[in-house]
Design a protein around this ligand. Structure first.
Ligand SMILES: [Zn+2]
Length: 120
């Protein structure tokens, strides 16, 4: 999975994480959706909203100081996918927590996930 920062156009580890180049975290709902759009996975091509070429073109625009623009359809698709993931999260979360044996690890894991889900 490749992710790109919607603020500076550099690559970063995860869509919702802090950018290592500009240290900005996507905080608003819209920015989070844009960050998801700026992800590209070669393993799961069905998860991609744009081709890698389109994402790279957007990165170039961001690097030039322009605002990234995507079609409303793409934004809507990403938003739907994001809410689907959110509604699916609960059973998976319980499943994941059941696998973690250390209570401290479990608390940290839960806090991180809660932060990700509700930290808008
Ligand atoms: Zn950045």
């Amino acid at each position: 999975m490749k992710s790109f920062c919607i603020y500076c156009g550099n690559s970063k580890p995860e869509a919702h994480q802090i950018c290592g180049s500009c240290f900005v975290i996507p905080e608003t709902h819209a920015d989070l959706i844009y960050s998801i759009i700026m992800c590209y996975s070669t393993d799961d091509p069905h998860l991609n909203f744009l081709s890698i070429g389109e994402i790279e073109a957007l990165c170039e625009e961001i690097m030039k100081g322009n605002k990234m623009e995507v079609s409303p359809q793409v934004f809507e698709q990403a938003e739907e996918a994001y809410s689907a993931v959110r509604s699916l999260e609960s059973p998976q979360l319980i499943h994941k927590l059941a696998k973690i044996s250390s209570p401290i690890q479990m608390i940290i894991f839960a806090l991180v996930l809660v932060g990700f889900i509700f930290g808008t």
